[in-house]
Design a protein around this ligand. Structure first.
Ligand SMILES: [Ca+2]
Ligand SMILES: [Ca+2]
Ligand SMILES: [Ca+2]
Ligand SMILES: [Ca+2]
Length: 334
């Protein structure tokens, strides 16, 4: 064979190989295998992930992965031991004692119940819940509001009718878990009001939207979110930014807004958890910035590992981050 022919033959083989590999790659089923050996490696502690709570069974499912169809090995499901509470609780995860690990908390009729432990390997393990008084009934919002504190704070949004159309909002919060502190209050004013055609239930979350290390509130209503970078304080009303139209990925379901640092860059962004009622798969849509022009939502499909049918119960969704307390983080980059 002449050198020129050799080069041509080699070229044709290379092109055929490239096209074949491309064909295999693009037609290969996604790696949703239930076999842990082929599951995408998870960087535990690297990013925030979802925690789902099933109030009917009193179980929490801590998910240690943001990957799509994460393997069941990354779900840690256990009973919270909330015998004295009822199904009307709202749940959050927060670091109440400053050890770096977020653990569950629940608001029930103005009282906040929290625990500083996750389930341990000890067969005699029991959960320990402490109760503090917060005041209003509503949705709990946990966040790192005080840069001088070594732990998260807990608050609740109080919603009162201002007139026939609009509501006025106030935030009651405390960073003191001793049980003797009187919760502080901050007026939030009128946000995303019905008179300006915003509709749907208010959903509050806290996050560090600007990466200054302190978390502050955001409110979602319908397809809009308004956030503030002013941490809760008793001295001034927080300045909320212009509403962001986040174009809700689903219009037939309202979903639950969740805040977290999904890519580990130190900035919290939003996600929307949708609990599907026909099949046992829920969907978590999330973004790593606030710019809708930057691309589509990322999606994590979540199979039912809570040991109760998803379509029968309303799950609570919140974010947390594994800090290698529960599982060994050996081999996982931090
Ligand atoms: Ca903790
Ligand atoms: Ca955060
Ligand atoms: Ca901040
Ligand atoms: Ca982030």
């Amino acid at each position: 064979m002449q050198p020129k022919q050799k080069r041509m033959t080699f070229g044709v083989i290379a092109v055929v190989c490239f096209v074949s590999i491309l064909f295999i790659l693009t037609n290969h089923p996604p790696a949703f295998s239930d076999d842990p050996s082929t599951a995408t490696p998870i960087r535990i502690g690297y990013s925030d992930t979802l925690a789902l709570i099933d109030p009917s069974s009193g179980k929490v499912s801590l998910i240690d992965s943001i990957e799509d169809y994460a393997h069941s090995a990354y779900f840690h499901t256990y009973p919270l031991g909330i015998g004295t509470l009822n199904y009307k609780n709202d749940f959050v995860m927060g670091d109440w004692d400053g050890d770096g690990q977020k653990t569950p908390g629940a608001l029930s009729r103005g009282a906040f119940y929290y625990t500083n432990t996750l389930q341990t390997a000890d067969p005699n393990w029991t959960n320990d819940w402490t109760q503090i008084w917060l005041g209003p009934e509503g949705k709990p919002v946990a966040g790192y509001f005080d840069s001088k504190s070594d732990h998260d704070c807990i608050g609740v949004v109080d919603q009162k009718k201002l007139d026939g159309t609009n509501d006025t909002l106030a935030f009651y919060y405390t960073c003191d878990f001793s049980g003797s502190a009187v919760p502080k209050s901050q007026a939030l004013g009128v946000l995303l009001p019905r008179s300006e055609l915003y509709a749907g239930p208010f959903q509050f979350v806290a996050g560090d939207w600007d990466g200054d290390g302190v978390e502050s509130l955001a409110v979602r209503r319908g397809s809009f979110i308004r956030l503030t970078n002013d941490a809760p304080s008793t001295t001034e009303t927080p300045l909320f930014e212009t509403p962001i139209d986040f174009t809700a990925p689903k219009t037939n379901e309202y979903g639950v807004v969740v805040a977290g640092d999904w890519d580990g860059d130190g900035i919290d962004t939003f996600g929307l958890f949708y609990q599907l009622d026909s099949i046992d798969v829920s969907e978590f849509y999330y973004r790593n910035d606030f710019d809708l022009e930057s691309g589509d939502y990322l999606i994590q499909h979540i199979r039912d590992f809570l040991e109760s049918p998803f379509h029968r119960v309303h799950l609570f969704a919140t974010s947390w981050r594994q800090q290698c307390v529960l599982f060994s983080c050996e081999g996982f980059p931090r």
